[in-house]
Design a protein around this ligand. Structure first.
Ligand code: BGP
Length: 467
């Protein structure tokens, strides 16, 4: 008997900016990604530059039919993707949407439904229109709430009946680490005060709640969730000071979902704001808006981290959110520590904390893949390392189900190779499908099935019984 429920939503995930390309086609405006060629810590360039791999991506904009067909062949029940806000509102602050942009996603969703696949749509996956970033300094400006709500209402109305599952902001907690790419904040991170950062976060949280409200009003049959960069934080030692340090870091991450799920600022925020001299402007209406909470919690999971009370141990290397390396874990080539049991632990923590359904919307193994040619002329990648990683994580998902956690589904990240977020390169690959494109811009863009393609197909077909 499979431990996975019959209606478990198996699938894969991508994001517009990392796949679509066609960065200036059919009326699309520029987004922050189009001027950030050197990874998530890079400074924006004044114009899009030809070494920005995202301008072409994997050309999903023109090849979505072929790609969705491959996902259908693996048996996907759900396909997570994002809408590029600047395709719909090229500047972000106009009233009238760009019809061509809306049409594109109509076609994509229709294609999914052709195969019985439900789209799971992120409204904003690091794709703030550049104009909003430059003119309003992104989420620092309260006006962003209206612009986002208008965008959300526009797409909810347009795709009524086509999209049942929505997410507001991808990894909303990453704004503290990447204020430009995640929050459209043009002011350089070094010059951004905590006061301004947390006011921006407040605006984004209110905007998220307004989108949730709009979704509930306009699409009563749909469900909308929050999305956080998930990461269990372990104390490096049992020393009480380390335990408290890990609690502190854990709260920095849960701060966002605590508000999105519970509808109000958590008690611990008070001390944090006081000690950091943060005084937020929160209106009565904001408080009212925040009460509209999400239907489920989604998150990405790649790694865990450790925390210590000794700041000199904090290398910040590898793990996205910093922290101290865990001596018991191995790491990927990029220093991301591999921790399948951490996923079971985290699923339990989330469910204990919120008692709402959870959805793993990103998990995967970034690696350098080698495309080889078989005797019969077909090309493939023997990515056993990826199969092992995913298998080990899914075994822990099954354990968490046994623990009683209500898990809606699992969408593996980068189900087709795409441009990496943190490195802005294509050589860090995640897909079940290899895309022939290299970081020097060469390659045919042809798609090839990796060994993991058939493995995942089997996982879905057996509802996880072969794990
Ligand atoms: C998450 C992002 C994704 C994705 C993934 C893997 O943080 O939501 O956009 O890219 O991480 O990261 P990377 O591409 O840097 O390996």
């Amino acid at each position: 008997m499979s431990k996975f429920p019959k209606d478990f939503l198996w699938g894969g995930a991508i994001a517009a900016n990392q796949c679509e390309g066609a960065y200036n086609e059919d009326g699309k405006g520029l987004s922050v990604e189009d001027v950030a060629p050197h990874g998530w810590k890079g400074l924006p360039t004044s114009e899009p530059t030809s070494d920005n791999m995202k301008l072409v991506g994997i050309d999903f904009y023109h090849r979505y039919k072929e790609d969705i067909k491959l996902f259908a062949e693996m048996g996907f029940k759900v396909f997570r993707l994002s809408i590029a806000w600047s395709r719909i509102f090229p500047q972000g602050d106009e009233q009238e949407p760009n019809e061509k942009g809306l049409e594109f996603y109509d076609k994509v969703f229709d294609e999914c439904h052709k195969y019985g696949m439900e789209p799971l749509v992120t409204l904003s996956h690091y794709e703030t229109p550049l104009h909003l970033s430059k003119t309003y300094d992104g989420w620092r400006n309260r006006k962003m709430i209206e612009f986002f709500e208008h965008y959300a209402r526009t797409v909810f109305t347009r795709y009524k009946g086509k999209v049942k599952y929505w997410l507001t902001f991808n990894e909303i907690n990453s704004i503290t680490h990447a204020p430009f790419l995640s929050g459209g904040i043009y002011t350089p991170k070094e010059k951004l005060s905590k006061q301004d950062l947390y006011q921006a976060i407040h605006h984004e949280l209110v905007a998220s709640a307004r989108a949730v409200k709009a979704c509930h009003e306009l699409l009563p049959d749909a469900q909308i969730g929050c999305m956080i960069l998930g990461m269990p934080v372990y104390p490096l030692t049992p020393a009480p000071a380390d335990v408290l340090a890990s609690l502190q870091t854990e709260r920095e991450n849960f701060f966002f979902s605590d508000i999105q799920v519970r509808g109000a600022y958590p008690a611990y925020a008070k001390r944090f704001f006081k000690e950091n001299d943060i005084h937020l402007e929160i209106t009565r209406q904001d408080q009212q808006d925040l009460l509209e909470t999400v239907d489920f919690i989604s998150f990405s999971y790649y790694m865990s981290t450790c925390e210590s009370s000794d700041p000199s141990l904090e290398t910040g290397e590898g793990n996205i959110l910093g922290g101290v390396p865990n001596p018991y874990l191995k790491a990927s080539e990029w220093g991301w520590q591999i921790d399948p049991e951490g996923l079971r632990y985290y699923l339990n923590i989330l469910y204990d904390r919120y008692q709402k359904p959870v959805f793993i919307v990103e998990n995967g193994f970034g690696a350098v893949d080698e495309l080889i040619e078989l005797k019969d002329g077909t090309k493939t990648v023997n990515d056993d390392y990826r199969i092992d990683y995913l298998n080990d994580h899914l075994v822990q998902v099954a354990e968490a189900l046994e623990d009683g956690v209500e898990i809606m589904g699992y969408t593996s990240w980068g189900c087709i190779d795409l441009v990496s977020f943190t490195t802005a390169e294509l050589k860090k690959r995640y897909g079940f499908v290899y895309v022939d494109r290299n970081d020097d811009g060469t390659g045919t863009l042809n798609r090839y099935k990796k060994k993991s393609f058939n493995w995942y197909k089997e996982v879905i077909a057996t509802n996880g019984q072969n794990l």
